[in-house]
Design a protein around this ligand. Structure first.
Ligand SMILES: C[S@@+](CC[C@H](N)C(=O)[O-])C[C@H]1O[C@@H](n2cnc3c(N)ncnc32)[C@H](O)[C@@H]1O
Length: 200
């Protein structure tokens, strides 16, 4: 997978390029999440390790084995356990009705891949389960504070509401916020925040 080579290179240094603190939107809403938690595009582990520190059972999936090895090192350094699995999200099949929550932070994928994945994510949630997502919007293209430059990978609240038809939104908003999450995500950013509960 070509994307894996790019991400493995980005993660090669010992530095945690997105930091070791959790994403702020996740931290604000973590109390709503029940396990097991599936964390998509987990990268170097900051979000999975945070959730594990709250006592949640977390499975972090990502295409980069280098990133997930760092995730396991971060977990060990904090004295928590996380499960990790190297997967290509373009073909990943999460088990149905298996997760109390799914977390997706900066998981930017081509739209067709994302739509397929989100349909499966909705099925992977148990009734009452939560999807928590933050990603860059198209407004981020005008900024130099992180995120992909391909508009096809950027998200909107309206698109996410369509992609999760059986989830009731509690938060579905496009905002500007100061992001301080490592060297690649720092500065004023345009993001969509989506928090929704599976109805049935
Ligand atoms: C911007 S990083 C975000 C990492 C993490 N969620 C965080 O917030 O720190 C995007 C992640 O998506 C992963 N990724 C991109 N395309 C992927 C694919 N097709 N399959 C699996 N992982 C993918 C990359 O390996 C990378 O770790």
């Amino acid at each position: 997978m070509k994307v894996t080579i790019v991400w493995n290179e980005r993660y090669t240094s010992d530095e945690y390029v997105y930091g070791t603190e959790p994403n702020a939107f996740l931290a604000e809403n973590a109390k709503l999440l029940k396990g097991p938690v599936l964390s998509l595009a987990e990268g170097e582990g900051r979000n999975a390790v945070f959730l594990a520190s709250l006592g949640l059972d977390v499975l972090g999936v990502d295409g980069s084995e280098v990133g997930l090895a760092k995730a396991q090192r971060l977990a060990a350094s904090k004295g928590v356990t996380i499960r990790t699995e190297v997967v290509d999200l373009a073909s990943y099949q999460p088990p149905e009705n298996a997760f109390g929550a799914v977390v997706s932070i900066s998981a930017h994928l081509p739209r067709a891949i994302r739509r397929r994945l989100h349909g499966l994510v909705e099925r992977a949630l148990k009734p009452g389960g939560i999807i928590l997502l933050e990603a860059y919007t198209k407004a981020q293209l005008a900024r130099n504070t992180g995120g992909p430059k391909d508009p096809d990978m950027l998200m909107s609240a309206a698109a996410l509401e369509k992609e999760f038809p059986n989830c009731e939104p509690m938060v579905s908003q496009e905002i500007e916020r100061e992001v301080v999450e490592g060297q690649f995500h720092t500065g004023l950013a345009s993001v969509v925040q989506f928090l929704a509960r599976k109805i049935s």
